[in-house]
Write a protein that binds this ligand. Structure first.
Ligand SMILES: [Zn+2]
Ligand SMILES: [Zn+2]
Length: 198
């Protein structure tokens, strides 16, 4: 069985918050052993630091028509986060990308009326819109070898993000004996059941 202590599980209060954020039905991941009450799932906090794969490739600037590099995020590499991560999804990610790629910097995004990080042309400074870069990325996504560079960028998650991206983890396989009064048994209790002790 998995060592539950070492997983970094959410407290009861945090789990409640996590359920509210994700509008999760209250019965989900609540399965527990009908004899000892042990839970089949633990809600594990996301790590404090994760690694995101970032691709860099060249595209044509719409303003000056020259070739300029752009970057976009691929997946989180440990496989902990299943949601897609865009360059501005995480609080600390934009600055982490800018440290590696200074052309990814704060700009004014007119369509959204916000100041946020985006790709800019290295020649004329024009903001290369997220929508444009994302669609360009879709073109090359199937041919990873066409990316000029694929770099792993490590980024620290905030406490809220660690909670938001928490994952349910199944810590044991439930047994369902067909006879007797116990319909859901954890492996320990199932062993007792087989020895006819419960
Ligand atoms: Zn049990
Ligand atoms: Zn340009």
């Amino acid at each position: 069985m998995v060592d539950v202590e070492s997983l970094g599980c959410l407290s009861e209060e945090e789990e409640q918050k996590w359920r509210e954020i994700h509008e999760m039905e209250s019965w989900k991941y609540q399965e527990s052993c009908s004899y000892c009450g042990k839970r089949q799932y633990q809600i594990v906090r996301a790590p404090g630091q994760i690694t995101i794969e970032v691709w860099r490739w060249n595209t044509g600037c719409y303003a000056c028509k020259k070739a300029t590099p752009v970057v976009w995020t691929i997946n989180e590499s440990s496989g902990f986060i299943w949601d897609s991560i865009e360059p501005c999804t995480l609080e600390n990610l934009p600055n982490a990308i800018e440290r590696e790629y200074p052309f990814f910097k704060e700009v004014f995004k007119k369509t959204m009326n916000v100041k946020a990080h985006g790709n800019t042309c290295v020649h004329c400074g024009a903001y290369m819109g997220d929508w444009f870069v994302w669609h360009d990325f879709l073109e090359i996504a199937y041919y990873p070898e066409t990316a000029d560079e694929r770099r792993m960028i490590s980024v620290e998650l905030t406490g809220d993000e660690q909670l938001y991206y928490a994952n349910p983890k199944r810590v044991f396989k439930m047994h369902h004996p067909r006879k007797g009064e116990h319909s859901d048994l954890c492996p320990d209790c199932f062993a007792l059941y087989k020895k006819k002790k419960i």
